[in-house]
Design a protein around this ligand. Structure first.
Ligand code: FMN
Ligand code: SF4
Length: 518
């Protein structure tokens, strides 16, 4: 049997040098006259170990990482093709603590299989959910998804089954499934990882959504900053179409469903569902007033399901193993698993899929290993640029939609960005306002004007100009933005600003000039 070597083609791994490693391995194979099959798999998400190279041995896969091109010769000398020991030896990948402790339902195949091999996908349980769905009535499929407790992973946590039921119950000559792959939140990469590492699971999830709602056409709107994900998804759609997974007779059934990949326009607001629809229609991405809901009047005025990549990619396992199986994981009203993305100043950055309910402290300290700088953790921003900053005092908060909301925070797309004690929270608050000012679509005044005024107020505060007055003003402004904005860009910017102000008040009272000079 010819040796099989797995070298991630995931853009995170590529950024860390995976392509150079692949080149060095190819050259070494040629020089030694060894024939081997190289598979460009996705990443398993332990980015601190990337590029992580794996070899298939008689005793299962053996991982090495992080591999540098300069390691390659010695890896061959140590017999790595049969799992030989080397300073980069990590052993069986699923025994690596960061990976072993996870509950991988949505990401079960990511980093394991060849992303563009449909046979590999099927051999690892792929398409079973779709096979079950084509044999059911649309209402029963919707019922399964509703009963699983799945909530939207894009940010708002809206129950997916209810959204699907609204589209199913709305009659129209055409309906659409739109996958939101704009993934603009800071510190998030779950959508990209699954599109690059297991594209068929998203295709399968979208096809199930189509069958469940009567939609025959889907679009995946991928941010332009993800060229690798775009390329993989395009190839995967073609393969799925040729294999009859997509097309006029999905898996030989009477259901028809096909899809296209579309590249985003490069604005954060185009991730907001109605701005995304405008962008897909070829217009400037601007938020639409609701109602009508996209489920009633969405893309081109037709009933449309808009779901995040992870929401859709979580559906196949639900349809394969059943609603009860999925619902069994989690806590409270947060059911199933969530791919937590740990980033920023952290020792062990990566994607960690787990059942809802772990505390923030467990995620940051135990899994993330604290800061990369070794300094104390000061704050953690959860949920992207619109998420609150949590201090250590809130680290006992369980990862659960309601628990975070109760502490004036949000889970969002489950991105966690860690900051050490050198972070200046006044600067972070200003950054939130500035981000909102730059990314505002301009449709409503609290966001368009408020964010610019917010930057000015925080600048005056930094210059120590009547600080108490500025704090009162920014608090008032945040209230106006929170309750008066049309969408969550303006409406949620107060979360990072006010959490920084409330949890780190010392950073908002700069040392008076005279005192500082002493
Ligand atoms: C400013 C803004 C940006 C957003 N960006 C994204 C995004 O990049 N990806 C995403 O899935 N949802 C994003 N959302 C949420 C979407 O509007 C919408 O709730 C989501 O696509 C619905 O899918 P879900 O129910 O599966 O989460 C954003 C919302 C706002 C207000
Ligand atoms: S809150 Fe901002 S981004 Fe949202 S509609 Fe208003 S101006 Fe546009």
């Amino acid at each position: 049997m010819i040796p099989r070597i797995y070298i991630p083609g995931d853009s995170g791994a590529l950024a860390l040098g995976a392509e150079k490693v692949a080149k060095a391995i190819r050259a070494e194979l040629a020089e030694r006259g060894i024939e081997a099959k190289i598979v460009r798999n996705g990443s398993r998400g332990a980015y601190f170990l990337e590029p992580m190279v794996e070899v298939a041995t008689a005793n299962g896969r053996v991982a090495y990482g992080p591999v540098k091109p300069s390691d390659v010769k010695s890896l061959f000398d140590c017999g790595f093709l049969t799992g030989g020991h080397h300073k980069r030896w990590l052993g069986a990948p699923d025994k690596i603590p960061f990976l072993a402790k996870q509950t991988r339902l949505t990401f079960a195949r990511c980093g394991v299989t060849d992303p563009l091999s449909l046979d590999h996908y099927k051999a690892h349980g792929g398409l079973k959910g779709l096979q079950n769905a084509v044999a059911m009535t649309p209402a029963d499929v919707v019922k399964q998804v509703t009963e699983s407790g799945l909530r939207g992973r894009g940010g708002a946590g809206f129950p997916t089954g209810i959204k699907w039921k609204t589209v199913l119950d709305t009659s129209a000559d055409r309906k659409y499934i739109v996958c939101n792959a704009d993934e603009g939140d800071s510190g998030t990469f779950a959508d990209r990882m699954i599109m690059e590492g297991d594209p068929f699971v998203l295709i399968e999830g979208m096809a199930i959504a189509g069958i469940a709602t009567g939609a025959t056409k889907g679009f995946i709107y991928i941010r332009s900053e993800y060229p690798h994900a775009v390329a993989v998804m395009q190839k995967a759609v073609e393969i799925a179409r040729k294999a009859g997974v997509l097309g006029i007779n999905v898996l030989g059934s009477a259901n028809s469903f096909d899809m296209e990949v579309r590249v985003g326009a490069g604005a954060y607001v185009c991730g907001e569902e109605t701005a995304l629809l405008d962008s897909l229609e070829g217009k400037r991405g601007q938020v639409r007033a609701k109602p009508p809901l996209p489920a009633h009047k969405g893309l081109f005025g037709k009933p449309t399901v808009i779901n995040n990549v992870i929401s859709l990619a979580s559906v196949p396992v639900i349809m394969d193993k059943g609603a009860a199986f999925y619902k069994d994981f989690g806590t409270g009203r947060s059911r199933g698993t969530i791919p937590i993305q740990i980033a920023g100043n952290v020792k062990y950055p990566g994607l960690y899929e787990a059942a809802f309910g772990m505390t923030l402290g467990e995620i940051v300290d135990d899994i993330g290993g604290g800061t990369a700088t070794g300094r104390p953790v000061k704050a953690v921003q959860v949920g992207g640029p619109l998420g609150a900053y949590f201090p250590r005092a809130l680290f006992d908060t369980p990862f659960d939609y309601e628990a975070f909301a109760a502490k004036d925070g949000l889970i969002g797309h489950a991105g966690i960005v860690v900051f050490d004690d050198s972070a200046d929270m006044l600067k972070q608050a200003r950054f939130a306002m500035e981000f909102c000012a730059i990314e505002s679509c301009g449709k409503c005044t609290p966001c368009r004007i408020g964010s610019t005024r917010g930057v000015e107020v925080l600048d005056r505060l930094a210059q120590n100009v009547e600080p108490e007055k500025q704090i009162a003003l920014v608090t008032d402004l945040c209230n106006t933005m929170k309750f008066g904005s049309l969408c969550a860009l303006g409406g949620f910017t107060p979360y990072p600003v006010m959490s920084a102000l409330n949890h780190f008040p010392d950073d908002f009272r700069p040392t008076p000039v005279a005192e500082a000079a002493e």
